[in-house]
Write a protein that binds this ligand. Sequence first.
Ligand code: NAD
Length: 255
Amino acid sequence: MNLNGKSVVVTGGNTGIGAAIVRALAASGAAVVIDYVSRPEDAADLVKTITASGGRAVGVEADVSSVAGIDKLIQTAVDEFGQLDAFVNNAGIEKRHSLLEVDEQTFDQVMAVDLKSAVFGTQRAAKRFIEQGRGGIVVNISSVHEDWPMPGNLSYCVAKGGMRMLTRAAGVELGPQGVRVVNVAPGAVDTPINAQTMKDDSLRQTLEDSIPLRKVAEPNQIGEVVAFVISDAGSYLTATTVFVDGGIMHGSVGL
Ligand SMILES: NC(=O)c1ccc[n+]([C@@H]2O[C@H](COP(=O)([O-])OP(=O)(O)OC[C@H]3O[C@@H](n4cnc5c(N)ncnc54)[C@H](O)[C@@H]3O)[C@@H](O)[C@H]2O)c1
């Protein structure tokens, strides 16, 4: 993939899928703004590795549940790399509860990190792209749960379902201005958000038995797809979702 000269923001870019996206983009030549809210050492390590191999990256602490945090990331991309070409809404949290259990505070928290951040990340990036006059792309990291109900994970499913419609509505609105908006929807990936399932051998086995490809994804298998979507090879994708799930949505068990 050739992303030479592109400047990209990745939210929650210091761990898990975000870090894999950062690595894939940098390996393709993009300059990357790595957002983090915790574990600054992970962001620093990524910056060190990327710059040591001749790439460009900078770590920035910003909470994307506030619009001010999003604006800070975009301003950094412009200050450090002169422009913004792509924005990846990757940051997310998961709080397990059913509809009957969920409380107002937890629901608001999940919505703020998983959905509000994507709405305003898309809006702020699009405004910048339009100002620059060269188009651009927003990639939203949703989930198979943008479409697939998961009992006991109500707020997360509602947020990812909202992201599904955000991408379709924004892609249709912004297409005429050369701005693409695409969801990349992972199935099960071995990252910190899934730590409980991943470290329980029996749960992991049940999960893998339900996946047609019979294994949980490695984060780089998502990162490579995001690099493709941002690149010219993905230039006709918009207002849609690319599922990267090993076939889990069509598997037989599901967790
Ligand atoms: N791991 C999976 O199986 C899986 C499957 C489908 C979708 N996803 C999605 O992938 C994305 C990345 O998750 P992950 O699996 O890499 O887990 P992760 O916990 O490693 O990544 C989430 C990142 O978001 C960051 N974050 C949380 N709140 C934030 C805030 N307010 N501002 C900025 N950053 C914040 C965290 O610090 C972390 O870096 C999430 O949106 C998640 O829903 C993950």
